[in-house]
Ligand binder design. Structure first.
Ligand SMILES: CC(C)(COP(=O)(O)OP(=O)(O)OC[C@H]1O[C@@H](n2cnc3c(N)ncnc32)[C@H](O)[C@@H]1OP(=O)(O)O)[C@@H](O)C(=O)NCCC(=O)NCCS
Length: 378
């Protein structure tokens, strides 16, 4: 058997062949199914982008209308799932609540008809439709309120913000939120997508696939960095404190949150788009001192770390946008999950099309032929 070199984190080892998305980290290019992210952010909607990712091409207007219609009318969650969520502790993290709720869908829709296109479509629609409802429901229930019923007359993102804040959002806020979902929908073979593909390869149901990916996304090395960016901006507190704060971090060799990326060696294209969205929000709803601090941080970090290829990543400006939209900090990662469901489902379908169960090997570094020691002799 061929012996391969062990690479911690499987760095540089292809885990699948995929046509869902591609990143050029040297040029700062991200494409979904070959279309540049800048173009999608400008011209598409989240649901259209989800369709593109999952079915491989942009929908016709009839296909898009039918898809939007199906998602719109599957937004309600079963009262038993809602009642189960009511029993979750209000101090629990919303990502844990989401993981448990997504897995619970499998209890109700457990059939595994993975060769049936109608089953696949039903699962895609159900997951895209209900994940936002579950995130918003947990947010209201942990405050002691009843969840708000989805509104069929509102688009995907406007409806989510309505369910979360109990009031219809400003159209610009809803559009900006929708663009944030487009930007977070997919990003090649990251940890949660790999997790989704491993789970998918066992031919389990799609709810287990999404639940395992949600669990993986929840960790601070993956989905959680934008929460830490907001905490860091609060800690810095003023533009004047930026330089001493950063110099202290660099001296201690501490990582600066929201900067650096394994793949991008230039500014993450999503950070550029998010910065523009933040500026639009501040222009309409009033400026924010944290934005000024962030811009100064970017300037100083570039001065000090550009030679190492350290620039803002997607998490640097996304937290500022979400905070300005009135979203609590611990919902940033669940919102990432709402978007990333599209990418996970695209990879689920791709995995099923050419499936072979994941069964990697290991480099055993333990002992052999050890005699069993009786308990009284240990
Ligand atoms: C994203 C991240 C994990 C990528 O890590 P990586 O590819 O393994 O890069 P490394 O940790 O090997 O860093 C390479 C060099 O850049 C430096 N570096 C990387 N990210 C840095 C950051 N955010 N702040 C300061 N220095 C950083 C490292 O100290 C290292 O310097 P050295 O070569 O002098 O030792 C890392 O950049 C990071 O922790 N960033 C902050 C957290 C974050 O924003 N995560 C969200 C990612 S989307």
């Amino acid at each position: 058997m061929m012996v391969c070199e062990y690479k911690p984190g499987l760095e540089g080892i292809p885990a699948a062949e995929s046509s869902v998305s591609d990143v050029d980290g040297q040029k700062g290019i991200l494409e979904y199914r070959g279309i540049r992210i800048e173009e999608l952010a400008q011209k598409s909607t989240f649901l259209e982008t989800a369709y593109l990712l999952i079915w491989g091409q942009l929908p016709t207007s009839e296909e898009l209308q039918a898809f939007e219609h199906e998602v719109r009318f599957h937004r309600r969650i079963k009262y038993r799932i809602r009642d189960m969520m009511k029993c979750f502790p209000e101090s629990g993290h919303p990502m844990d609540a989401l993981q448990a709720s997504a897995a619970a869908l499998g209890l109700f829709y457990s059939r595994r008809d993975l060769h049936n296109p109608a089953y696949i479509r039903d699962a895609v629609v159900r997951l895209l439709a209900t994940i936002p409802t579950m995130v918003a429901a947990f947010q209201l229930m942990r405050k002691g309120n009843d969840p708000v019923r989805p509104r069929d007359d509102l688009d995907y993102s406007a409806n989510f913000l309505y369910m979360l804040n109990e009031k219809e959002p400003d159209p610009l806020a809803a559009r900006i939120f929708d663009v944030c979902l487009i930007l977070h929908a997919e990003h090649t073979m990251n940890a949660s997508t790999f997790s989704a593909r491993v789970t998918a390869s066992t031919l389990t149901d799609p709810y287990a696939v999404v639940a395992s990916a949600v669990g993986t996304l929840g960790g601070p090395l993956h989905g959680g960095a934008n929460e830490e960016v907001i905490q860091m901006l609060e800690e810095i507190g003023s533009v004047g404190n930026v330089r001493p704060y950063l110099e202290d971090c660099l001296q201690r060799k501490a990582k600066i949150m929201g900067f650096g990326h394994r793949v991008y060696k230039v500014k993450d294209p999503r950070a550029t788009i998010l910065q523009d969205l933040a500026q639009q929000l501040f222009a309409k709803f009033g400026s924010d001192k944290y934005y000024d601090i962030a811009v100064e941080m970017e300037r100083v970090v570039e001065e000090k770390l550009a030679h190492k290829g350290i620039y803002p990543n997607v998490d640097f400006y996304s937290g500022l946008v979400y905070a300005k939209l009135g979203i609590p900090t611990d919902l940033f990662t669940p919102i990432f999950a709402i978007a990333r469901v599209a990418g996970w489902l695209a990879h689920w379908k791709e995995q099923l099309a050419e499936n072979r169960i994941f069964r990697p090997t290991q480099v055993y570094n333990g002992q052999h032929e050890i005699a069993y020691t009786a308990i009284e002799e240990r």
